[in-house]
Design a protein. Structure first.
Length: 285
């Protein structure tokens, strides 16, 4: 299990690193579409305030916050889930509105969700490989679209643990939705890497929606991959601590055994010497 955790850390870290190039492409595509949209007043209304739902309708509910929390299915990870849940609850409670929906990834994370926060939280199993992350993210995006279609959420935040150094990790939060004016301004301000201005061959609205779907996918994929890397790092550290504790306990037991054995030998020698002296003294008298 220790070797499996060590090898898993590498594959998830490589997945996160490889994702940076994809994210950069999506970022540049969004920047190009948003610049063209901003330059064309006729297309100003085609930019969705949030990601498109399955039916292409914006959510109508107000003040309903959703959260996606990436945890673990298995134990031996220390306070990996508890630290993240405390962080998520603190952040959600500080937001305006109320918590309306929580998507929990991992059975242990689901068990930590307070009943007062949401009655019946939904949970998915943690992916066991990099390939399985794509399936999970697809299911989450479908549920997000359905929730927005029903008007269940208007704002969505993602919480996960991110590797920091060695076996250390830290909880982080990302606001996924809505894609409001501040988000659009930030994306539009991304500098194009060449002097030639970008052009969008297809109509701006369909291209923008495609890039938005790519943006949502890459953010969720990165959060899941970083969470899995942090989980395996925490599990590896926990097993190393357990091995160290076992070695220390064995050393203590060996020292205790040797001490008791030496005391037993000394006691037997003292008895032999005392008996000899007694017999020798009796013979002399």
């Amino acid at each position: 299990m220790k070797a499996l955790a060590a090898s898993s850390i590498g594959q998830y870290e490589r997945a996160v690193a490889a994702l940076q190039a994809y994210y950069r492409t999506v970022e540049l595509g969004l920047s190009a579409c948003l610049r063209i949209n901003a330059a064309s007043p006729a297309q100003a209304d085609t930019v969705p305030a949030m990601a498109p739902s399955p039916a292409g309708k914006p959510a109508k509910a107000v003040g309903k916050t959703g959260a996606i929390v990436f945890g673990s299915d298995q134990g031996l990870v220390g306070r990996f889930n508890e630290v993240l849940m405390d962080y998520a609850i603190t952040n959600v409670n500080s937001l305006p509105g109320r918590a309306a929906r929580i998507w929990a990834v991992g059975e242990r994370m689901q068990a930590l969700i307070p009943a007062a926060l949401i009655a019946v939280p939904q949970a998915w199993p943690v992916p066991t490989s990099v390939d399985a992350i794509t399936t999970l993210v697809g299911r989450i995006l479908i549920d997000i679209g359905a929730a927005r279609e029903r008007g269940d959420i208007t704002e969505l935040h993602v919480f996960h643990n991110r590797p920091r150094s060695a076996a250390a990790y830290e909880p982080v939060a990302t606001r996924l939705l809505p894609l409001d004016a501040a988000w659009r301004s930030g994306m539009a301000a991304v500098r194009w890497p060449t002097r030639s201005p970008p052009q969008v061959i297809d109509p701006a609205a369909p291209a923008l929606e495609a890039f938005i779907r790519g943006y949502l996918f890459v953010v969720l994929f990165q959060a899941c991959a970083e969470s899995l890397a942090a989980e395996n790092a925490s599990r590896l550290a926990a097993m190393q601590r357990a091995e160290k504790n076992i070695k220390e306990i064995l050393e203590d037991l060996n020292r205790t055994y040797r001490r008791l054995r030496q005391e037993s030998i000394d006691e037997e020698l003292f008895e032999v010497i005392a008996g000899y002296e007694l017999l020798a003294h009796g013979s002399a008298t």
